[in-house]
Design a protein around this ligand. Structure first.
Ligand code: SF4
Ligand code: FES
Length: 362
């Protein structure tokens, strides 16, 4: 259904829950324009309908317009997932002319104080607001994305109001997913049970208020769930991810699973990788499932939950997702959530060489 094109891991922000791997790809290993263009054509030929240009920050690539044009010519629906801090109106006009159809803009909070601290980028919040205005002026549909956690959930209502103010048609309230950088920062991010309860009430009230004008996407965070989400819509069923250097992954966080190896679109055709590579086949379908998933009537609904989370918590990606209350590991997840929700508030930022700790803003 969709390909996530991670054009680069370069990014002016340093969010402590970044979904990029701990080992960031260097710029000199990124695929060239021609390599990306070929991968885009192969994705379309394989049957993909959408392409999401992401990163890192995809607008650091000067060839983004060419890639959007290639995707448009290949018949793909094009979406730009951006922090919005590097892209001005002129560039946005060029992207729209190349065929860009949708923009997804990430925010770290509804306020500059917390947003800039979480993103590690002074002035970032103001730039995002200016970019949102540019998106509106160009006439592209806009989704606002807020990643929520213990340190910003008290602003949830304001985030939703802000999404409506900037003209978004949809807002994604995304709870942090704990792999990679976010796992490193779990103790600083985990919401409390009280925050979760308040969050659910706030979302219900907001949905009633904005019905018909703003769509609110929200899923209960895994660590407090009773059943897992259908992560990626099932491993190797709907999505594929291409890393900056051309590795083809069944999920953006798949590199967090030790022992998996990934084929590269520079060396093998995308269709062949999708159909035959070990990384895609290993958890595709239901044959790999252990009990209780193997005989569960939800096995073709949630596909056993999230492989990356199973690995992060148990060290074995082939176990049932611990977010499921039927999993033997569920109690461990519940107790990790309770411990981390009471822990420290300091972040490890995503740039290894510039990693630093910063006290919570008051
Ligand atoms: Fe899903 Fe497996 Fe839990 Fe059943 S046992 S609900 S298939 S994770
Ligand atoms: Fe990788 Fe869920 S994040 S399978």
């Amino acid at each position: 259904m969709a390909v996530l094109a991670e054009l680069t891991h370069r990014c002016p922000l340093q969010c402590p829950y970044c979904s990029n791997p701990l080992e960031l790809e260097r710029a000199n290993r990124e695929m060239t324009t021609e390599e990306w263009r070929r991968a885009i054509r192969e994705a379309a030929a394989l049957g993909c309908m959408q392409i999401h240009f992401s990163g890192g920050e995809p607008t650091v690539r000067p060839d983004l317009e060419e890639l959007v044009a290639e995707a448009t010519a290949a018949g793909l629906y094009t979406n730009l997932i951006t922090s919005g801090v590097l892209c001005n109106r002129t560039r946005l006009d060029r992207l729209a002319a190349a065929g860009l159809e949708h923009v997804q803009l990430s925010f770290q909070d509804s306020t500059a104080a917390i947003g800039d601290r979480i993103g590690g980028h002074v002035g970032g919040h103001e730039k995002k607001l200016a970019f949102a205005q540019a998106v509106r002026d160009v006439g592209l549909p806009l989704t606002a994305n807020f990643v929520v956690h213990r340190q910003n959930l008290h602003h949830l209502d304001d985030m939703i109001a802000m999404a409506a103010d900037i003209g978004a048609g949809r807002v994604e309230i995304a709870n942090v997913q704990y792999y990679g950088w976010a796992l490193k920062n779990r103790a600083a991010l985990m919401p409390t049970r009280e925050q979760l309860d308040a969050m659910v009430l706030t979302i219900q009230a907001a949905r009633a208020r904005v019905v018909g004008t703003l769509i609110i996407d929200f899923v209960v965070p895994d660590y407090y769930a009773r059943r897992p989400k259908s992560c990626m819509g099932g491993w190797g069923r709907r999505f594929l991810n291409i890393s900056p250097s051309g590795k083809v992954l069944p999920c953006h966080a798949a590199e967090s699973i030790a022992g998996l190896s990934f084929d590269n679109v520079r060396q093998r055709p995308l269709a062949e990788i999708w159909q035959t590579s070990d990384a895609f086949r290993i958890f595709r379908g239901t044959d790999w499932m252990p009990q209780p998933c193997r005989t569960c009537d939800r096995r073709e609904i949630d596909w056993g939950g999230c492989r990356c989370q199973a690995f992060a918590i148990t060290g074995d990606a082939a176990r049932t997702d611990p977010a499921c209350a039927l999993s033997e590991d569920h109690e461990r997840l519940v107790s990790l959530a309770a411990t981390d929700a009471m822990a420290q508030d300091r972040f490890v930022y995503r740039r290894p060489r510039r990693a630093k700790m910063q006290p919570i803003a008051t």
